[in-house]
Design a protein around this ligand. Structure first.
Ligand code: GDP
Ligand code: MN
Length: 380
């Protein structure tokens, strides 16, 4: 899950990372009032969950409250990379001497978090990463030890940070690690971390990604989710606790277990098909969950066939069959459906589906081939 800049920076502030004074609002007139409170010169910043807002015209420095209102009006009517701007952050404007990049993310290959830092921060950091990767220094963190002083000094020296800022920088880096660790983030990034003209380090921008699988222990964060960028079907699936990812193909897949779901998608591809989604209904799914999953799959007009591949362990095949029947009664699907049930109560499940006008299959390969054929037939 992505957090907005203002949400990330509020978390930063709780951990002692200096951020500019500011407030978020959805109304341009209020932006003017906030600018007055902040003393005039402010920066108006689009709060959308994409990078490169600056380059897209979503970040503007206003010289006075009237201009703040004008810019807020403009930015609030924008779309950035397809996402509508619903809120702006009005921050005290900073005078910038240097822009630094500082981030912590997961390095899967190293199986550790990694700190990345660069003296060439700001809106061109992606370009720097491509053309001048040596300008970004990296240091892995042992999660049990956290960040030690010698490491913060190594990084400060590595980005040629003037000595007078090392203490501040060290405190910020350690705080950023706490932010990352405590919130189960997969990214905690400050870009730019600026050296201001009055000789302070300030986090002007903030970005955080939270591991969705850890959200159950961060109910405060789960509530702030902005669903603007998610496909409606994915939002609906989340409500029912289904793991669903929409894809571009035409064979809807309903599978229990992530591994089996992946295998089903692979084998569909192997036989020349193209999955319309990844869907794991999870272990022990009951009828209502199955029905919800089927509605979600069928809400995609690309879907020309559905493959049910259920391995009954904890999940009972008769429960799944009941769900399929409920869903069929409710949504009356017009597309062919291929079903493979094996494991717990498979016999009962198959008996329940015998009159449901479904194509049955024994093996996974058989099921996949039938689904591919069904999708092609439906298209013709
Ligand atoms: P991003 O483009 O989405 O990463 O948005 P940022 O918040 O990083 O802003 C982009 C750029 O706008 C920064 O790199 C700065 O150069 C500039 N900027 C942001 N806030 C201020 C500010 O308060 N004063 C000034 N002068 N420039 C700012
Ligand atoms: Mn930025």
């Amino acid at each position: 899950m992505k957090l907005h800049e203002y949400q990330s920076k509020q978390i930063f502030a709780r951990y002692g990372i200096p951020i500019p004074k500011g407030k978020v609002t959805a109304a341009a007139s209020e932006a003017k009032e906030i600018a007055k409170e902040l003393g005039g010169r402010v920066v108006i910043k689009a709060q959308v969950l994409v990078g490169g807002r600056g380059k897209a015209g979503g970040i503007k420095v206003a010289k006075d409250p009237d201009e703040a209102e004008l810019f807020a009006t403009q930015i609030l009517s924008m779309e950035i990379k397809g996402l509508p701007v619903r809120k702006v952050l009005v921050d005290e404007a900073a005078s910038i001497e240097q822009e630094i990049y500082l981030g912590i993310t997961n390095d899967r290959a190293a199986k550790r978090p990694v700190i990345m830092a660069s003296a060439a921060g700001g809106v061109e950091i992606e370009e720097v990463a491509k053309t001048d990767p040596d300008k970004i220094i990296k240091l892995h963190i042992n999660p049990l030890l956290g960040i030690k002083d010698y490491q913060t000094r190594d990084i400060a020296a590595g980005i040629d940070l003037p000595r007078e800022y090392w203490k501040q920088f060290g405190d910020i880096l350690k705080a950023l690690w706490q932010v990352y660790n405590d919130n189960d983030a997969t990214l905690a990034e400050i870009n730019p971390l600026v050296i201001s003209k009055d000789k302070r380090l300030v986090a002007l921008d903030g970005k955080m990604l939270i591991d969705d699988n850890a959200l159950f222990r961060h109910s405060d964060l789960a509530n702030v989710r902005d669903t603007d960028e998610d496909a409606p079907s994915e939002i609906e699936a989340r409500k029912y606790g289904l793991t669903f990812i929409k894809l571009d193909g035409n064979i809807g897949c309903m599978v229990n277990g992530a591994g089996l779901a992946m295998a089903s998608m692979d084998i569909l591809k192997f036989f020349g098909g193209d999955p319309a989604n990844f869907l794991d209904i999870g272990g022990g799914a009951g009828a209502d969950k199955v029905a919800a999953a089927m509605r979600i799959i069928l809400s995609d007009p690309n879907v020309k066939a559905i493959l049910f591949n259920i391995f009954g362990g904890i999940t009972r095949c008769d429960e799944v069959a009941r769900g399929i029947l409920t869903a069929i009664a409710e949504v009356q699907p017009k597309v062919p459906m291929v079903v493979r049930l094996v494991g717990t109560n498979a016999k009962e499940g198959r008996a329940m589906l015998a009159n449901a006008n479904m194509i049955t299959a024994e093996t996974l390969a058989d099921a996949a081939q039938k689904a591919v054929a069904a999708a092609k037939g439906a298209q013709a």
